[in-house]
Ligand binder design. Structure first.
Ligand SMILES: *Cc1c(COP(=O)(O)O)cnc(C)c1O
Length: 380
């Protein structure tokens, strides 16, 4: 199996697993049980991990809240701030290509008296800052725009968006799940007020994430969604997942993965140079180094995946494919239905080798040729 689906999830890095192991067994303390040494050790470990995560984005450790992953972080950012009694504004601006973990809470808020503006994107998947500026009104509480898109890898200019939000006095949340630990992020320089991330997209374990919540200039008010014990400054009750937290900190501070861009380019140019009728979806340069989303004319993405079962890729976001809908992200780019159906996402990771990329390239090329030769009946 050649795994090229790292935007869906990643294997735990051996160094991360090694760091986690002692916290399942001998160091199993509850970080809230500070009346004995085991609990104190766990609490200290959690605080060290919090400092390491904060350092990645230039935050204060007190601004980091542990969660179960990015879905919870996005929900806490949107619903927690919207429900805070200190805010009176009831308008949110987001983008049509956000992850469902942002879009679904926005839809819930619409049933609770909020209005949400879903900005469109251009054919490359980019947001227009002038349209964002126009969408912000004196009723706007928050702007939520992801850093990197999970399906096409497009990077949004979060520094410019943060500056605009500061200027207009609105809060700025960014879902940085796909960029955390990969792209440089500085919450102060970029004017970010809330930021979501998860461990399992960067070679950490599943089931642990963080929400960064700014404490000053401005102090962001957020209401808890989970109650029961007042952990995490009352913002997120529940016994902390100490091994997971250690794993997330270890994953976030792994040495940078410098080779992935060259491998992605090798895959992309390999396929494009040997096949006609292939289009790249999303902006070619404002993009994550590990991602390429390609549409193969006359081929169904699902049929292509079936034709090469030993290559793990995705024909739409793994998180949304349970809904069995064509990609709403590619739809927002204005792609016609055939181009959406013919799309496949290749997302690389730190374990991929040049040899794997060459094998995958050859398998894609021969599978596409075979499907096209089999005739147009089953395809576009
Ligand atoms: C994977 C993903 C999520 C969901 O993260 P979980 O930790 O699996 O809940 C949210 N947003 C983006 C952009 C993602 O890629």
């Amino acid at each position: 199996m050649i795994y090229l689906d790292h935007n869906a999830t990643t294997p735990v890095d051996p160094r991360v697993l090694e760091a986690m192991m002692p916290f399942f067994t001998e160091h199993f303390g509850n970080a809230a049980s500070r009346h004995h040494a085991l609990g104190c050790d766990a609490a200290k470990t959690v605080e060290t991990a919090r400092e390491r995560i904060a350092a990645v984005i230039g935050a204060d450790p007190r601004e980091i809240i542990w969660t179960s992953g990015a879905t919870e972080s996005d929900n806490l950012a949107l619903q927690g701030v919207a429900q805070s009694s200190v805010y009176r504004k009831k308008h949110i601006v987001t983008v049509a290509t956000e992850h469902r973990a942002v879009l679904d809470p926005c839809e819930v808020l619409e049933t609770r008296g909020f209005t949400v503006t879903y900005l469109g994107v251009d054919g490359d998947g980019c947001v227009d800052l002038d349209r964002l500026a126009t969408a912000i009104t004196d009723q706007t509480l928050m702007v939520s725009i992801m850093h990197a898109n999970n399906e096409i890898g497009v990077l949004h200019p979060i520094g410019d968006i943060g500056a605009l939000c500061k200027e207009r006095g609105v809060l700025f949340h960014t879902d940085a799940t796909q960029s955390f630990g990969k792209e440089p992020i500085d919450v102060n320089a970029m004017g970010i007020d809330l930021l979501s991330a998860t461990a399992h997209k960067m070679h950490g374990p599943k089931g642990v994430g963080v929400l960064y919540i700014r404490r000053r200039d401005p102090r962001v008010r957020c209401q808890a969604l989970l109650h029961g014990g007042g952990h995490e400054r009352g913002l997120r009750s529940g016994t902390l997942n100490v091994p997971g937290i250690v794993g997330m900190a270890a994953a976030a501070t792994l040495p940078p993965d410098d080779g992935v861009r060259a491998l992605r380019d090798r895959l992309e140019t390999g396929i494009l140079s040997r096949l006609d009728g292939v289009e790249i979806n999303g902006h070619r340069t404002h993009r994550l180094a590990n991602t390429t989303n390609l549409s193969f004319a006359g081929v169904d993405g699902k049929a292509l995946m079936k034709a090469m079962p030993e290559i793990a890729v995705s024909s739409s976001s793994a998180c949304t494919s349970a809904l069995l809908q064509p990609s709403y992200v590619l739809g927002a780019l204005g792609c016609h239905e055939a181009r959406i159906r013919g799309s496949v996402r290749f997302s690389l990771g730190r374990c991929n080798t040049a040899e794997e990329i060459d094998t995958a390239t050859a398998r894609v090329v021969e599978s596409v040729q075979a499907l096209r030769a089999a005739g147009p009946r089953r395809h576009t």
